[in-house]
Design a protein around this ligand. Structure first.
Ligand code: BES
Ligand code: MN
Ligand code: ZN
Length: 497
């Protein structure tokens, strides 16, 4: 879909549909809605006066303009009460409006960002509107081969603005919104792609596409290099699969040489069967999403490069399948991790923390100022926080605050869980330094306690995205399926740095 910011008067715009907004509690029409109403002889006021439209959040009415203005239809979208308004609502409203327009099989629409008096800066309004449209319209269709002509697709979204200063702000913010949404949808595609076509090798190829961008470099470690480094936790998990594991190192150097590095680590289990401790077959197909952490990292680095964020960032992705092949690692096995610490395997389904352990150790090579890892790590996190919320744990208050602030800005729900000393006890093994599960109690936290043993002294935050990585129900601008969670959060985090 093409996003165009065009100079000119909104009411003179010739297109199939335009979108304007209205607050439930504003007495009078304002901004672009007022302008069109005037041009159309009070057509919107009449609809409201008759009680057919109240402006309730996400309420949508369509009006046919019958020659009053060049645009054939006006979609009026409710933004709810003014005091409750925020950018999340705006993203949702524009998602819902554009989805309704697509439903009618129209090919394009236009809007004006003059929403009347609201206390949000124009650049943020622009970014949010573009995100709402591009994220809300996402659909994953490459595997549908029958009746493809029935797939509806919007081709063009125009933002009209005639004021010079506003035009400049909108033009640049729309580009930003487009880049960020593109990165989220890139991550969604990776996660949506089935396991047979999203192997570690294919994932590293997709990372290679990002490495064609400016300032981005890719290194992929294969088994012999991993053996040399002693990444036996990662290699242990990989043994049950015929697909060779890959350790992906994607560096983006937007900062100065010698500047500190931010390390982003993403769990890249391209399919998690549980291994020998095999999962129940119901819903096991969902486990193609077990590389959502790595998808978020790749999306974030793609966006960082496109936005030219002045930072040095390294993305680290331990990628493998977790399968119960003949060579598979077994409960009772003891693996010696790259850090030198030994790990007793209690359950081969707790594989994410094993591959992350070696990745976190590897991160130390960059002496990072911060490490953030993202992982679909525990079912317990879904039980604790539901499928809408990221679980956060970490070792550094300042870094936690930064991550929390970023999540707040992007509307990605995040909640902190404690990582107190008591939890670390539960991960001690009788025969090795650590064991890979700590029992049912506090499963999300004990997983994080395990990871913490591999991060050294670097400030570190762990995000458990097992819940929100995949939605079973539509959210206002996140269609059900792969959500791309974490991409916007990471991008916002990097922009704030
Ligand atoms: N990938 C799963 C966690 C998961 C579960 C993600 C549901 C998304 C939805 C992870 O590898 C796993 O299997 N964790 C185990 C850990 C347990 C064996 C200690 C779990 O949560 O059951
Ligand atoms: Mn597992
Ligand atoms: Zn897993």
């Amino acid at each position: 879909m093409k996003i165009c910011v065009k100079k000119g008067s909104f009411s003179e715009f010739d297109c199939e549909a335009v979108v304007v907004c209205h607050f439930e509690d504003s007495k009078r029409l304002s901004g672009a809605a007022a302008l069109l109403d005037k041009k159309c002889g009070g057509i919107i006021r009449e609809m409201i006066g008759l009680g057919d439209f109240e402006g309730k959040l996400f309420q949508i009415s369509v009006i046919y303009t019958r020659g009053f203005i060049p645009a054939r239809r006006i979609f009026v979208v409710g933004l709810g009460k003014k005091k409750d308004f925020d950018l999340e609502k705006l993203r949702g409203a524009f998602s819902k409006a554009s989805r309704r327009i697509r439903e009618l099989n129209l090919k394009g629409f236009a809007t004006s960002l003059d929403l009347g008096k609201i206390n949000q800066p124009l650049d943020k309004i622009t970014e949010s509107v573009v995100e709402g449209v591009l994220l809300g319209l996402y659909q994953f269709t490459p595997y549908k081969t029958v009746e493809r002509e029935k797939i509806k697709e919007l081709k063009e979204f125009v933002i009209a603005e005639d004021n010079d200063d506003s035009f400049k702000i909108i033009k640049s913010a729309a580009k930003t919104g487009e880049i960020i949404s593109g990165a989220v949808n890139f991550a969604r595609d990776l996660v949506s792609t089935p396991g047979n076509e999203m192997t570690p090798a294919i994932l590293s190829d997709r990372a290679g596409e990002i490495a064609r961008k400016k300032n981005v470099k890719l290194k992929v470690l294969d088994v012999p290099e991993m053996e040399k480094l002693g990444m036996n936790a990662l290699l242990g998990v990989a043994k049950g699969s015929d697909e060779p594991p890959k350790f992906i190192v994607l560096e983006y150097n937007g900062g100065k040489k010698g500047d500190k590095v931010v390390a982003l680590v993403g769990k890249g289990i391209t399919f998690d069967s549980g291994g020998i401790s095999i999962k129940p077959s119901a819903d096991m197909d969902r486990m193609k999403t077990d590389m959502a952490g790595s998808a978020a990292v790749l999306g974030a680095i793609k966006a960082a490069s496109d936005l030219k964020i002045p930072l040095n960032v390294v993305g680290l992705i331990p990628a493998t399948e977790n399968l119960p092949g003949g060579g598979a690692y077994k409960p009772g096995d003891i693996l010696k991790s790259m850090s030198g610490q030994t790990i007793e395997i209690k359950n081969t389904d707790a594989e994410g923390r094993l591959v992350l352990a070696d990745a976190l150790t590897y991160a130390g090579r960059f002496k990072p100022e911060a490490i953030v890892d993202l992982a679909t790590l525990t079912g317990a996190c879904v039980i604790a926080l539901g499928d809408n919320t990221i679980g956060m744990m970490g070792t550094d208050d300042k870094l936690k605050k930064r991550v929390k602030d970023a999540a707040e800005a992007t509307g990605e729900r995040l909640w902190e869980l404690p990582l107190w000393e008591e939890y670390h006890e539960l991960m001690k093994s009788d025969v090795a330094d650590l064991k890979n599960t700590g029992g049912r109690a506090a499963g999300t936290i004990t997983a994080a306690a395990f990871l913490s043993k591999f991060v050294g002294d670097y400030p570190w935050v762990h995000l458990d995205i097992a819940g929100p990585a995949w939605l079973t129900k539509d959210k206002p601008y996140i269609p059900k399926g792969a959500s791309g969670v974490g991409v916007r959060l990471l991008v916002q985090f990097m922009r704030n740095l």
